[in-house]
Design a protein around this ligand. Structure first.
Ligand code: PLP
Length: 420
């Protein structure tokens, strides 16, 4: 490496650099005091910043400002949606115990759902997906037909963080609403790169986070319809319609709004640029390592409504006989920063619940690598991967798989954590 060439950062799905405009807005606002709930001049000025940010965030997402509940990120918004909807739906209806979630949700959705099962009498129904990760709508329809009265909510993500699969959100909403069941959607990976429109989607609640689209870590939002009941998770000063107490983060909100407006303005051009880089990478890898397998939808796959079936910036491949972590570390030392896409528990690689849900064996799921592209990605990054990957795979294969005794299959959400 010699420290001359900067590493190729291909982990934008984990977090992506803040845009210069967002950094400027953030740092300027950080230097200005004022609690947006204070009534003096500084407080009112901070409140104005927050409300302007809220209006901008709403406009970027096809929502109304009053529907934007600011949070400290995606995990908090997912927790508020799952727990808040569950508790609200059970008020007066103790029979509504079922929580329907796709089997490929992020842990920020799965873990609160399983927490409710452990502590609050929920029954979790993991909805199956096909071999590309797309939700089985017939299974959802059958569940709802059989158990609508006992169903509290449905949660299906807009696009998967590991394999990039875009879900049929409109169909999920149609099916659930036909039975009077509210729908939450984690749109963390989709916002800013796919046409995410809360109003048009018909969703009841939708999660977004700033640090996946050029804003800071630690700010996000749950977009919630005005008529949707939510029981708060955080109690305190009663901010954000009383559902999310805590001093409002004016700097975070402002930087989030700036970053989101930027990515939405550039969305279609950027989506095409990232898809071209991704295609170059996948085609190149498959040519150089012919036994690698692309996971998730085909690169040119389309959804029923003509949209892309895969996130433009997502390439996910498995390499038989390799440990994902070995690939990751070897790539890192060769100047390529990628991800296995799933979590590692106390240094022990865990097979991804997403890959297992596609029907892969544990063995097949082990050699996973996710390359994810973003605003700073270039074809020089792709060239670097193609240059070093064949050697990396050879070395990882020679190292083999970690001994099965060191591994344990996750038995529940608590067994795995930290997937980004
Ligand atoms: C799909 C998805 N949901 C939720 C999260 C969590 O968001 P945050 O990091 O803002 O808590 C992430 C990222 O880690 C994600 O990829």
């Amino acid at each position: 490496m010699g420290g001359v060439t900067p590493p190729a950062y291909l982990d934008h799905a984990a977090t992506t650099p803040m845009s210069p405009a967002a950094v400027a807005a953030y740092t300027e606002q950080l230097a200005i005091a004022g609690n947006p709930s204070s009534l003096h001049t500084a407080g009112r000025a901070a409140r104005r910043v927050v409300e302007e940010a809220r209006e901008s965030i709403a406009a970027s997402l096809g929502a109304r400002p009053s529907e934007v509940v600011l949070t400290a990120g995606g995990t908090e918004a997912d927790n508020l949606a799952i727990k808040g909807l569950f508790w609200a739906r059970r008020t007066g209806h103790p029979e509504r115990t079922r929580v329907l979630v796709s089997a490929v949700e992020h842990h920020a959705v799965l873990d609160p759902a399983f927490w409710l099962a452990e502590h609050a009498g929920a029954e979790i129904v993991l909805l199956p997906v096909d071999a590309t990760g797309r939700l089985d709508l017939d299974a959802l329809g059958a569940e709802l037909a059989a158990h609508a009265e006992e169903t509290a909510l449905v949660s299906v993500m807009w696009a998967n963080n590991e394999i990039g699969t875009v879900q049929p959100v409109a169909d999920v909403v149609r099916l659930a609403h036909a039975h009077g069941v509210p729908v939450h959607c984690d749109a963390v990976q989709a916002a800013g790169i796919l046409p995410v429109d809360f109003g048009a989607s018909g969703l009841d609640a939708m999660t977004v986070t700033a640090h996946k689209l050029g804003g800071p870590v630690g700010v996000g939002a749950l977009v919630v319809g005005r008529t949707v009941d939510l029981v708060p998770v955080l109690h305190g000063g009663g901010q954000e319609r009383g559902v999310r107490s805590g001093t409002l983060d004016a700097a975070g909100a402002r930087a989030f709004a700036v970053a989101l407006a930027e990515v939405v303005a550039a969305r279609d051009v950027e989506a095409a640029r990232l898809a071209a880089l991704r295609d170059e990478l996948v085609t190149g890898v498959l040519a150089r390592v012919p036994d690698a397998t692309l996971r998730g939808p085909a690169l040119d796959a389309r959804t029923d409504d003509g949209g892309v079936a895969r996130l433009p910036g997502n390439a996910h491949l498995t390499f038989d006989g390799c440990e994902g972590d070995s690939l990751l570390y070897l790539l890192d030392s060769a100047g390529v920063e990628a991800s296995t896409g799933s979590a590692c528990q106390a240094g022990v690689p865990q097979p991804s619940h997403v890959l297992l849900a596609l029907g892969l064996t544990e063995h097949e799921a082990r050699g996973a690598l996710r390359f994810s592209f973003g605003a700073t990605s270039t074809s020089a990054d792709v060239a670097r991967v193609l240059d070093v990957l064949p050697g990396v795979v050879e070395r990882a294969r020679a190292a083999g798989l970690a001994s099965p005794a060191r591994r344990s299959v996750p038995t529940g959400p608590a067994a795995v954590g930290g997937a980004a």
